[in-house]
Design a protein around this ligand. Structure first.
Ligand SMILES: [Zn+2]
Length: 300
């Protein structure tokens, strides 16, 4: 998806595209995504005719364009949470359902998961930023949703992304995995340790601080592996590997239910869902990929 950074500065072009019969609109209701009833078919993109028929008049958020020079289509997200009849009409057809974004990613391609992440984060941000944080007056959408501008003091407000360092620590043949309190506590699902990057902190500093806070382990040689947008609500997961300098675990009870060292052999089994004692997150999560890279000895 080309996010159309140049095109979206042209408000007239955006208006034209929002009326164009080739444009596609992805409805969200309470941040859930419209999917076909058979989720294998994928995302429930609607055309402009269907929006009109359903009397959906929310300002669409421009996601970007796809296609080649000859046939390019514009894609939008449209929040229909306030259009309850339209949402009901869509599900009443039996063709569609609204699905939680996490579940959607189990059925759609990596590219579509990216679109879902963008759509969900954007809709969520717009819903929470209807008023200026400087002067309290109403804000309005600009550049197809990239910016909101205050109607009174003209301040432009940009959506922010919260960086999260997620770090797989190893001492050669073992890696450090934990589970926080909450829905995964006391299951056998363990993951790499993660935490938000504070203001004024580097990724490396954040990784070292989090691992020390949550597990009492000192680390070195922190290196970047890959990243993943995580729209719950608007994070960027930054996957790293690091080497343990110390190995005695001291758990932060307030945040973590358990932290342990796991042997490479057991982790390899867990990655294939063949371990009776350990489960790790599936391939939709970056944790899976940094754990796998370490287990396969591919951490550069
Ligand atoms: Zn203002």
């Amino acid at each position: 998806m080309d996010r159309g950074y140049r095109e979206r500065r042209d408000e007239r072009w955006l208006t034209d595209m929002a009326r164009d019969e080739n444009s596609r609109f992805l409805p969200l209701k309470d941040l859930n995504i419209l999917m076909f009833q058979d989720p294998q078919i994928g995302l429930g993109w609607l055309g402009v005719d269907e929006l009109r028929r359903l009397r959906i008049d929310s300002v669409p958020l421009f996601l970007g364009q796809m296609g080649n020079r000859m046939s390019q289509a514009s894609f939008f997200a449209v929040d229909i949470s306030d259009h309850k009849k339209a949402a009901q009409a869509l599900t009443d057809t039996g063709s569609y359902q609204f699905m939680d974004a996490r579940t959607v990613t189990k059925y759609v391609s990596g590219e579509d998961s990216g679109i879902v992440a963008q759509a969900r984060s954007q809709v969520n941000w717009h819903n929470r930023n209807g008023f200026c944080s400087i002067c309290g007056h109403k804000t309005f959408i600009k550049r197809g949703g990239q910016v909101r501008q205050c109607s009174y003091c003209d301040t432009e407000h940009y959506p922010h992304t919260d960086p999260v360092a997620i770090t797989l620590v190893s001492d050669n043949e073992r890696c450090l995995l934990g589970q926080s309190h909450g829905r995964l506590a006391r299951t056998n699902i363990y993951s790499a340790l993660a935490g938000f990057v504070d203001q004024g902190e580097s990724i490396e500093e954040a990784a070292a601080r989090e691992i020390m806070e949550e597990a009492g382990i000192c680390i070195k040689n922190i290196r970047y592996h890959s990243s993943q947008p995580w729209p719950f609500p608007h994070s960027l997961m930054i996957g790293c590997h690091a080497d343990a300098v110390t190995t005695d675990i001291s758990i932060d009870d307030e945040e973590m239910a358990d932290v342990r060292w796991f042997e490479r052999g057991e982790v390899l089994l867990a990655l294939e869902s063949k371990s009776g004692t350990l489960s790790v997150p599936g391939p939709i999560a970056i944790a899976h990929h940094i754990i796998k890279a370490w287990a396969m000895n591919d951490t550069r």
